[in-house]
Design a protein around this ligand. Structure first.
Ligand code: ADE
Length: 241
C-alpha cells in the first residue's frame, strides 16, 4: 500500500513514519508513506499558495494551480485522490476496508478556508473523519492512514487482529482482561478461565451485544444477528423495563 500525502506540512505528516504500527510497517516495506509539499508547486518566488476569497469573507483559500499540479505529478496511474474535508462522507469501518484494497491513496490536505473549488475536478472523493472542523486535513489523513494500514496484510503481525474488534462485525468489541486475576477485588469473569473455547466465544459474543446495546444501540439496526441473539437483546430490554 502506498500513501502519498499532499500537504503544506510535510514534516509533520512524515513524522508518522517513526511511530508504532505505521513505523514498523514502513520499515518492513509493507507501506510506503510519501509526503509532497504543495508549496513546491507554487509558481512565485515566495512560494505562496493562498489568496483572498472571491466575493469577500475572512481568511485565505489555497489556489487551484499548485494543488492540481501536485495531484497530476504524484497520482501515477493507480492513485485514488481523496480530499480530507468536513463536507466529505464520514469515514467508517466499511469505507476503511474498501480503501485498504486500493494500491495507492493520494490524500489531499487543505488548510485556511479550504481549496479553490475548481481543484475538485481532479479529486475522486471527499472524506470527513467526523462532524467537527479541524484546522487542516493533516490530522484527518493520519487517522485515515492509521485505520487503513491495519488492514494491509502483515501490518498487525502478532499484535492484533481486525476481525473481532469494535466495528469490524458491526458491533462493539467485548471487554478484554489480562493479569492479575484479582485487581482491587474486581475479578476476571470465571468463564474466561474455563478453557472451554466454545463457551468463551458465546460469552464474548453476548458481551459484545450487551456493550453495543448499552453504548451504541443505533449499530444494532444494521448488524446481522441470529434469532437467539435477538432474543438475548430482548431479554436485556426486559431487564431494563
Ligand atoms: N479538515 C477539516 N476538518 C475535517 C474533518 N472533520 N474531516 C476531514 N478533514 C477535515
Amino acid at each position: 500500500m502506498k500513501f502519498t500525502v499532499l500537504t503544506l506540512f510535510p514534516e509533520f505528516v512524515a513524522s508518522f513514519k517513526n511511530y508504532s504500527i505505521m513505523g514498523k510497517a514502513v520499515e518492513k516495506g509493507l507501506i510506503h508513506l510519501n509526503t509532497v509539499d504543495i508549496r513546491s508547486y507554487a509558481r512565485n518566488k515566495h512560494h505562496n499558495v493562498d489568496d483572498y476569497v472571491y466575493g469577500g469573507g475572512p481568511g485565505m483559500v489555497i489556489q487551484a494551480q499548485p494543488v492540481v499540479e501536485a495531484i497530476e505529478k504524484n497520482r501515477g496511474w493507480s492513485g485514488r485522490v481523496i480530499y480530507l474535508s468536513p463536507r466529505g462522507k464520514t469515514l467508517n469501518q466499511q469505507k476503511v476496508e474498501e480503501l485498504a484494497r486500493e494500491e495507492h491513496l493520494v490524500l489531499l490536505n487543505g488548510h485556511y478556508e479550504g481549496i479553490d473549488e475548481r481543484a475538485m475536478a481532479y479529486v475522486d472523493e471527499e472524506i470527513s473523519i467526523g462532524d467537527y472542523v479541524l484546522s487542516g486535513g493533516e490530522v484527518a489523513s493520519l487517522v485515515l492512514m492509521d485505520a487503513v494500514a491495519r488492514y494491509v496484510p502483515g501490518v498487525l503481525g502478532n499484535e492484533g487482529s481486525t476481525e473481532e474488534e469494535s466495528h469490524a462485525s458491526g458491533l462493539l468489541e467485548h471487554p478484554q482482561y489480562t493479569r492479575p486475576y484479582d485487581f482491587r477485588g474486581y475479578k476476571v469473569p470465571e468463564i474466561l478461565l474455563s478453557g472451554n473455547h466454545k463457551l468463551i466465544q458465546e460469552y464474548r459474543r453476548r458481551e459484545s451485544l450487551r456493550v453495543t446495546y448499552e453504548r451504541r444501540p443505533d449499530l444494532l439496526e444494521e448488524a446481522a444477528l441470529s434469532k437467539k441473539e435477538r432474543q438475548y437483546l430482548d431479554s436485556l430490554r426486559d431487564q431494563e423495563a
